[in-house]
Design a protein around this ligand. Structure first.
Ligand code: NAP
Length: 323
């Protein structure tokens, strides 16, 4: 099969297509014929060798994919060959024509959802769901600010929060991004290029403050997030790329919480619950993943450059085969 292989950590050009043996599923495993794979910022940090957990070289990147079941391990009875599925994790990597997965990493992909859209569920939607509902415990009727709402996690968070009955504010850094965020269901949108957007957000809450902030770039925003929190407010840190200074008093006055998360810390039962909710949301049309750009598998290097560029418009996917 064709697969992207990384033989040394480095820039995007270390992502090269090679012919490698197609894996065979063992007990508890599933081989998925990948039609689309999701490209996430974390895969660029790993590729560069700048991440806490690094794979052994050589490796094939990717946790997120969608396609059809090709082959099952002898003891796997929950799925059958030809089933449409998405993956949330993979043993062999999803930037490839086929990906070996544990059966728990494979979830049904409803017929109304494209493979490209399915490739968005494993990391962005699961992260948005966990951040909003399991870590920040966002409740219907509360106000949530999705700070960085135009990207993969952000568009997912806006759709999820709106469907759950929250009042949703979202930010983006381009006019197209702001339009996109509104289309996903945000009640109000703000431009994070404008320094006064914090004051504008506070004003939009009528001075009450925001109950939950889903933060994609904490190193830039955390110090200014805290003063716009309501009493009992929570910031959930999803993305941060450097240290940041805060005034701890801003948390004291509000009984506020700053909570962090990384998706791999999710306990298995909570992960199963996340995907049960996400599959239901896909089935009933509440969740409509937005695909910003598609690249063929052999342009993985360009996809890695695009995912780190400003002006996000939903999700970037690699297409290994025609949908
Ligand atoms: P993405 O698709 O590249 O989107 C990045 C988002 O950040 C865009 O909406 C972008 O907006 C926004 N942004 C840029 N400057 C900003 C600013 N000053 N303030 C607020 N937002 C700003 O990436 P993603 O997949 O959504 O991931 C977002 C972040 O979360 C990344 O750092 C990623 O590594 C991290 N992440 C963490 C986990 C976890 O488990 N903790 C899981 C998934 C992702 P514009 O482009 O419109 O300016």
């Amino acid at each position: 099969m064709k697969a992207i292989r990384v033989t040394a950590f480095g820039g995007p050009d270390v992502l090269r297509v090679e012919e490698v043996p197609t894996p065979t599923p063992g007990p508890g495993e599933v081989l998925v014929h990948i039609h689309a794979s999701g490209v996430n910022p974390v895969e660029t940090y790993i590729r560069a060798g700048k991440y806490a957990r690094l794979p052994e070289l050589p490796y094939t990147p990717g946790n997120d994919g969608a396609g059809v079941v090709q082959q099952l391990g002898a003891d796997v009875s929950e799925l059958k060959s030809g089933d449409r599925v998405y993956t949330a994790g993979s043993i062999s990597g999803t930037y490839a024509e086929f990906a070996l997965c544990k059966k728990e990493q494979v979830h049904p992909l409803p017929a109304n959802v494209s493979f490209a859209q399915g490739a968005v569920m494993g990391t962005p939607y699961a992260t948005a769901y966990r951040g909003l509902f399991q870590r920040a415990v966002a409740e219907p009727g509360e106000t949530v600010l999705v700070h960085g709402a135009s990207g993969g996690v952000g568009t997912a968070a806006v759709q999820l929060a709106r469907a759950r009955g929250l009042r949703v504010f979202g930010t983006a850094g381009s006019n197209e991004g702001l339009k996109l965020v509104r289309e996903q269901g945000a009640h109000e949108v703000f431009d994070h290029r404008v320094p006064e957007h914090f004051e504008l957000i506070m004003k939009a809450t009528g001075g009450h403050g925001v109950d939950v902030i889903v933060e994609m770039l904490a190193n830039v925003n955390l110090g200014k997030d805290l003063p716009i929190l309501a009493k009992g407010g929570r910031v959930i840190i999803i993305g941060s790329r450097a240290p940041v200074e805060i005034n701890p008093r801003d948390t004291m006055q509000r009984d506020a919480d700053v909570r962090g998360m990384i998706l791999p810390n999710t306990p298995p039962t909570q992960m199963a619950s996340i995907h049960a909710a996400l599959v239901a949301g896909l089935e009933n049309g509440t969740l409509r993943p937005v695909i910003g750009k598609e690249f063929p598998l052999d342009e993985a290097a360009q996809a890695h450059q695009a995912v780190m560029a400003p002006g996000a418009m939903g999700k970037i996917v690699l297409v290994a085969d025609k949908n």
